[in-house]
Design a binder for this molecule. Structure first.
Ligand code: CA
Ligand code: CA
Ligand code: CA
Ligand code: CA
Length: 376
């Protein structure tokens, strides 16, 4: 064979190999629907891997004034309006995860409680929102110092059985979890530990459902667990899905969130960080796997990859988010290149992409007027 013929054969072989590689790559994600973020928040102040978790506060008097509370895990908390403009930066330590609940009774007033896991000193910080100014304020609370390896993940729970408020703090290592009850202690937010259990290995993302008294925890390298959320529920649990099973899960499993759809539909959403995907389970149908989706890049907002924390609401937030909003951390904020930030995805787009049964039923739902929202 001449040198030319050998080069030609080599070139042909390389071309075929390249073609196979490209085809395989396309095939592996060909069936994963993509949605696009509608908008993104301003970057967090800290460089590097700093944005982590989010919680959505719904303004009961005007849902369009609702607010995002997010963590800058090297610095503290940051809040944004629904257009992504930063409202307030609070330097408070290495706040990793954040969650909130309305309706906590303190000094005869019903207030919103916000809690954050502080890795700097393994404590939980407690704050509230002034609904008029939308500014956060640290509450006078008894020290909440967990005895875990790390104050890593955090989520809150308002019991439908007892009307009591709780926080769950998850940890690295053996994935130990502590449940604390919060109460009005003569005008301060008091706290007492009421339960602990061990998940098995690094556990961060968690979410509690206040209707069914259920807690979900991500064991990062293994799977998603369901526990009871009441202090008396012990360590009985059910594995909803796991890495290495038939569904496309890849470590780490990270943030969790719940969507309450129209007509009883309800979904559990998880950040499948290793695949830069989000996975959806049908809570009303035995946690059946509904599908996965990616958040691709658009003209103004870049694609979402390697997401940590997420939050999700079904509450209609105007024409931009008629069926609610999914908010996700994004590992690389490009277009333009900047510190990490959070992306806002219209749930209506997710419902369409996954062909959810209630996608059309609620697509025409009008946003709540302030008066309706107050009445609801
Ligand atoms: Ca993690
Ligand atoms: Ca994280
Ligand atoms: Ca990105
Ligand atoms: Ca960007």
């Amino acid at each position: 064979m001449s040198l030319f013929a050998r080069l030609l054969a080599l070139f042909a072989a390389l071309s075929i190999a390249l073609l196979i590689a490209i085809t395989v790559d396309v095939d592996s994600s060909a069936n994963v629907p993509q949605v696009r973020a509608v908008l993104e928040t301003e970057p967090v102040l800290s460089p590097g891997d700093a944005a982590d978790d989010v919680a959505i506060w719904i303004d009961p008097s005007n849902p369009l004034r609702s607010m995002i509370v997010a963590t800058d895990k090297d610095r503290g908390l940051v809040t944004y309006d629904l257009s992504g403009n930063a409202l307030q930066h609070l330097a408070m330590g290495e706040i990793n995860n954040v969650d909130l609940r309305d309706g906590f009774s303190l000094g005869g007033e019903r207030i919103t409680l916000i809690a954050g896991s502080n890795r700097t000193d393994k404590t939980v910080v407690v704050l509230t929102i002034d609904p008029v100014t939308r500014l956060l304020r640290v509450l006078n609370s008894v020290p909440i110092r967990v005895s875990l390896e790390d104050a890593y993940g955090l989520c809150m729970y308002h019991s439908p059985k007892s009307d009591r408020f709780y926080i769950f703090v998850t940890s690295t290592g053996n994935g130990a979890v502590e449940q604390w009850e919060l109460f009005d202690d003569a005008g301060k937010v008091g706290a007492r530990q009421v339960r602990s259990f061990i998940v098995g290995s690094d556990a961060e993302g968690c979410v509690a459902d206040d209707q069914s008294a259920t807690l979900y925890v991500s064991e990062e390298m293994r799977g998603i667990w369901r526990y009871g959320a009441e202090p008396s529920d012990g360590d009985a649990r059910m594995l909803i899905d796991h890495i290495g099973g038939e569904n496309p899960l890849k470590a780490d499993l990270e943030g969790l969130a719940i969507y309450q759809g129209a007509s009883g539909a309800s979904y559990l959403v998880a950040s499948n960080q290793g695949n830069s995907e989000f996975v959806v389970y049908d809570r009303a149908n035995g946690y059946a796997y509904v599908g996965s989706f990616k958040i691709g890049g658009g003209a103004t907002v870049d694609a979402v990859t390697l997401t940590d924390g997420i939050d999700l609401t079904h509450v209609s937030l105007g024409p931009t988010f008629p069926q609610g909003v999914l908010i996700v951390q994004d590992h690389r904020n490009t277009n333009p290149i900047a510190n990490q930030n959070f992306k806002l995805v219209s749930w209506a787009d997710v419902a369409r992409a996954l062909d959810l049964p209630d996608a059309s039923a609620t697509a025409t739902q009008e946003p709540l007027s302030p008066a309706q929202a107050q009445a609801s």
